[in-house]
Write a protein that binds this ligand. Sequence first.
Ligand SMILES: [Fe+2]
Length: 296
Amino acid sequence: MRFVPIGNEFVAQEFVARVEDIDLRAPFDAAAVAAIHAGMDRHGVLVFHDQPLTDEQQIAFTRSLGKIELNTANNVTRLDQRRLSIEMSDISNLDQQGNMLARDDRRRAFNLGNRLWHTDSSFKAVPAKYSLLSARIVPSAGGNTEFADMRGGYSALDTETRAEVEDLVTEHSLIFSRGQLGFTDFTAEERVKFAPVRHRLVRANPATGRKSLFLAAHIGTIVGWPVPEARAFVRDLMEHATQPRFVYSHKWRQWDLVMWDNRQVMHRVRRFDDTKVRDMRRTTVGGTEMTVAQAA
Ligand SMILES: [Fe+2]
């Protein structure tokens, strides 16, 4: 296994690495697992090309890295409408029968929230650790996924702002991120399921000690702040953290698998021709702890 840093004129060399000489279908020994974790701590985003995985193989690789996060309370697709197993997050524009979702389909409208900068599952009290996204069918143009290095964003804050954000606690919910796009027709049951959770705005990677901003479109307020002031400040921080010098844009090829650390990285998908099939399948390594105690 070899890690080859991918830089460009903007983004720091260590943010993204291509991993070569590896077959993700093969069983992983402890040394290989340790090397992947070390690579994630160092880089934040890892790109694996030419990995033709089945769902079962993707799930097995994910399980070798930690406890897999099940897809409950992640979206508005009912259990009986699911196309994929509960271990997989369906990042496609397809329904259970493999037909394209209609333009006005409620599930499609909800999933458009992926176009906003976010971290996966930060709307859960225990947020996700890694996401692994496998490209099964990709449109010929558009649909890049962009990644922002939140360690870079944190270290580039001026001293005053860094001190100000250190102990702030935010509230995250899917209701807030979807609300930004005007999606507000949640059922009473969904409102309960998507109730806000609290997170620290600054997190440190336990392995490296490196701090990062924990931002996402899911943030609706800062605890103890007036809402408009909190949202204006979070918007400023988002702009700061997503400057081109912190952002890598991934152009997908079929059978790419890209893996990122949600504790240190934000991401978003860019627009593409939604009359073409895009079938991406995500598995998620769950986090191990809350970032802060939840409100009673
Ligand atoms: Fe995502």
